[in-house]
Design a protein. Sequence first.
Length: 74
Amino acid sequence: MTALTNRITVDPEQCGGRPCIRGMRIRVLDILELYASGLSAKQILKEMPDLEKEDLEAALQYVVRRIDHPVLAA
């Protein structure tokens, strides 16, 4: 699983510091928006040929880890 999350890069000089795939200007958000619009993984890979199947998996894992955190009530 660590190898997949290593596919996500964050560079303050690129895409406003948003998480991207392997240093490309393809943001994790771009992948999520394509999924949300109803595209399948196969369709996304056809739409963005620079991506690999593992990039899509890494994007989903990245988001899951970012939103799955405990909220402590004061």
